[in-house]
Structure formats: structure tokens, C-alpha cells
Design a protein around this ligand. Structure first.
Ligand code: AMO
Length: 428
């Protein structure tokens, strides 16, 4: 049994026996001494093979080792002033658990291009840079989940095979569902709204599917969506909550800042306090003043979002979008019904969260559907829920891959996705 991860092998263990397991990162020779750098998920440890001290059969075995062979080593920890981690391990036993051929990806110097890395993704994920990214991403997700629990949200799972569109028809993936056509869910939107009538505050962390044909650095056809929906909240309450959620995520990854920096990743945010809330009208005015060709009613594109970063900082909300830019379930603003109680959260120029106060009155919802050419009859099972005590509610959809991309300044959402699904990529 592996007793320690490499990160746990510290000078305090001096003189103790440990069993380590992992992959051969490199073998170095200095005079008659051989150093095997063992890598595992958490980092590296130097194993020192020294004639006179190391058993002869191990000195022989180490000659046969290749990079990425899987080994298990029993040995004694010694604090060391020379070894990088301040410790080295003198082996007493070693087992080679698997041999490795030369890798198709350069995980050592990082010279392979992204298509090659994604083609051999399981190998690429061995690189210390990827281990740092996905370990920190897991910490961020845990912090988000805990923040939601702390605010009395219940974790739920809703169907991913559904009968009707929620976010617009063109981006649906059809699937054969026995005798009929079904679709992969673009978001849990309608279910999470319905659940506010029972569980009040719900969240879901699950894949969402979008049949978007354009192949950009920010779009995936399958992404991880963190969705939240709460009864008796409006969009301001949700934005307050998102400040807490983002704060928790940023603090969680900040604990790995040193490790990330070692592999060239600099966090774009150090902490989150009050996030500026910029009215859509002001955003449009600012952009026009900067020379952008934008009219009231147009959506903000990524260049515009980036430009506003110069004005409002690395993280800001745009609020109160025109109704035509938002889905049918979005509530209109009381004092300006051309606009809605909606927001986007922009981080490092990328939209990472989107949400709104929702309509909770059936007749209003039906009117919005008809206005968008949708047939309310197709939504009868959803609409009927509104007849039996639907609370006012609001929520958010947070694209987790985009959050990590923006937070780590990765430049391509595929870098923040274990196995990306895009226009031309269905494998691995
Ligand atoms: P929206 O369609 O804006 O809103 O999606 C919410 C968030 O999900 C992420 N996202 C994507 N990430 C990667 N690739 C994509 N193709 C992609 N599309 C969206 C973004 C985006 O901000 N139901 C609403 C949310 C709500 O109102 O609660 C919705 O789905 O980060």
C-alpha cells in the first residue's frame, strides 16, 4: 500500500519508513549515484540509489527504468539540504508495476501543441501543469459547493434527456428516445425553477449540452454547469450570493497559487469583494464612447467585454439586459419593461455566469413564450406547476470550465476540460 503522497514526504519524516508509488519523471546520474525523481499527483520526491547503501538488486533494477514507468518504492526518508524538496528517500525495496513506452506528448518541457495534447489527453493529463490545474479546479468546485450548502441550498440532479428546448431551439442535440425524438438538456433551467416550489433553494453540478456549430476558444458542446435557483430571491440576492461563491472559489485556488505559478499559471484574481454592477445602458454608452459600433439592444461580444475590463476591472456584472437578449423565463424590470432583471458576470473578459429573476406568473410566462414564437402548449407540464403555488424565484448558471479558464488565464476553455467535446472532437 502507498503510505504517503509525495507532498506528505517532508523533513519531519526524517528516519521514517514510507511506501511511495508513482511514475518515473527522470533518472539522473551524478558519479556513481543515481537519482530517480518519482512523480505522483501531488508533486515529486527524489529517490537516491547509492552504491554501498542501496541493495545491489535495486542498483541493477534502476538501470532498466524508463520515464513514466510505474514504480512502488519502500524506503527511509532523510532530510536533505541539497534535494529540492528538502528530503530524499533511500530505497530498501522497489517494484516496477508497469513499463512505459516513449510518450506521444512532451509532459516534461510542454512543447506539444494543443491538438496533439488533446488527442492523447490521458497522457497529457500526467503533466505537472495539468495536475496543478485540475487539482485546483477540484478545490474551487468544492468551495463553491460548500458556499452553496452554507446558504442552505440542496444539491439535486435533474434529467439530461428532455422533451423541449429551454435556451433556444437551434442549439439542441437530438437523441433517439425509442419511438420519439428527445434532446440533451442545454441547462436544467425549467427543472430547477420547478424545484423552488418544493426544495426552495437548489443547486446542480452537471453537464450541459449545446449544439453550437462555431468552434471558439470559449465554447464547448458539453460543459459543466453549476446551476442555482432560489425561492424568495431576486437577481440582486443572487448577485450577493455570487460574490460569496466567487470569493470562496478564488480563496480556494489562491492556496495553490505557488504551485500554479511554478507551471506558468498566474491567477487573474487574488480576492473578491464587492463586484461592480454596470447597467447595460451604461455599458453601451461607455463602449460607444470608446468607439465600438454597438446600438442599444445589441449583445456585448467578447472584445467589448474585454474593453469594459479596462473600465471596471477584472470582474464585473452587467445588469438589466434588454428583454430581447434574454430567454423567455426572464422577468422584466418594473420601471422599464424593455429591460429585464438579469445579469452576466464577466471575469477576465469572459462571461462566466448568467442569471436573472424569473417570471413566476403563468400568464406572463405564456405571453413571453408567444412573443418568441414558442407554443405554450408544448410546455404544458412546466406551466401547470405555476398553477399550484409557484414562489417568486431567481438563479444563476455558472459555466465551470469557463470559470477555471478565466481565473487561471488559460486562453482556451479546452485547457480547463478533461475531455473536451467540440465541433470536431468526440474522442477521446
Ligand atoms: P447561459 O446560456 O448564459 O444561461 O449559460 C450559463 C453559463 O454557462 C456557460 N456556457 C458555456 N460554457 C462553455 N461552452 C458553452 N457552449 C457554453 N454556453 C454557456 C457560460 C454561461 O454564462 N439557464 C441559463 C442560466 C440561468 O439563467 O440560470 C443559461 O443556461 O459560463
Amino acid at each position: 500500500m502507498k503510505t504517503h503522497f509525495t507532498s506528505e514526504v517532508t523533513p519531519e519524516l526524517n528516519g521514517k519508513e514510507v511506501v511511495l508509488a508513482g511514475w518515473v519523471w527522470e533518472v539522473r546520474q551524478v558519479g556513481k549515484v543515481k537519482f530517480v525523481v518519482l512523480r505522483d499527483r501531488e508533486g515529486f520526491v527524489q529517490i537516491t540509489f547509492k552504491p554501498g547503501r542501496t541493495p545491489d538488486e535495486l542498483l541493477e533494477a534502476v538501470k532498466e527504468l524508463n520515464k513514466e514507468d510505474v514504480i512502488m518504492v519502500k524506503g527511509v526518508v532523510e532530510a536533505s539540504r541539497i534535494a529540492r524538496a528538502g528530503v530524499e528517500v533511500f530505497p530498501t525495496e522497489m517494484r516496477v508495476l508497469a513499463k512505459a513506452k516513449p510518450l506521444p506528448v512532451d509532459i516534461w518541457q510542454g512543447t506539444s501543441d494543443l491538438p496533439t495534447r488533446l488527442k492523447y489527453r490521458a497522457v497529457d493529463l500526467k503533466s505537472p501543469r495539468n495536475l496543478a490545474i485540475f487539482s485546483a479546479a477540484s478545490d474551487a468546485l468544492r468551495a463553491i459547493r460548500e458556499a452553496l450548502y452554507a446558504h442552505k441550498f440542496v444539491e439535486v440532479f435533474t434529467p439530461k434527456i428532455i422533451a423541449t428546448s429551454t435556451e433556444g431551439g437551434a442549439e439542441l442535440f437530438p437523441v433517439l428516445y425509442f419511438e420519439r425524438v428527445a434532446y440533451l438538456a442545454q441547462s436544467p433551467q425549467l427543472y430547477k425553477e420547478q424545484l423552488t416550489a418544493s426544495l426552495e433553494r437548489v443547486f446542480e453540478i452537471a453537464p450541459a449540452y449545446r449544439a453550437e456549430k462555431h468552434n471558439t476558444d470559449y465554447h464547448l458542446n458539453e460543459f459543466i454547469s453549476v446551476d442555482g435557483e432560489a425561492a424568495f430571491f431576486d437577481y440582486r440576492d443572487v448577485m450577493d450570493l455570487l460574490e460569496k461563491i466567487m470569493g470562496a472559489a478564488v480563496s480556494a485556488v489562491a492556496r495553490s497559487a505557488e504551485r500554479l505559478e511554478r507551471w506558468g499559471i498566474r491567477l487573474t484574481l487574488e480576492k473578491v469583494e464587492k463586484i461592480p454592477r454596470v447597467d447595460y445602458d451604461d455599458a453601451v454608452d461607455r463602449l460607444r464612447a470608446m468607439g465600438y459600433d454597438i446600438n442599444w439592444g445589441d449583445d456585448l461580444n467578447i472584445e467589448m467585454q474585454r474593453a469594459l475590463t479596462k473600465e471596471y476591472g477584472p470582474i464585473y456584472f452587467v445588469v438589466n439586459f434588454p428583454a430581447a437578449l434574454r430567454p423567455f423565463y426572464t422577468k422584466r424590470l418594473g420601471d422599464d419593461p424593455r429591460k429585464t432583471e438579469s445579469y452576466d458576470l464577466i471575469l477576465n473578459g469572459i462571461e462566466v455566469v448568467s442569471g436573472a429573476t424569473r417570471i413566476h406568473v403563468r400568464e406572463e410566462l405564456e405571453r413571453e413564450m408567444r412573443g418568441r414564437g414558442l407554443d405554450p402548449a408544448a410546455f404544458e407540464s412546466h406551466l401547470s406547476v405555476f398553477d399550484w403555488g409557484m414562489p417568486p424565484h431567481a438563479g444563476f448558471g455558472l459555466g465551470f470550465n469557463r470559470l477555471i479558464t478565466a481565473l487561471f488565464g488559460l486562453g482556451n476553455v479546452r485547457e480547463a476540460t478533461l475531455y473536451p467535446r467540440d465541433r470536431y472532437r468526440l474522442e477521446p
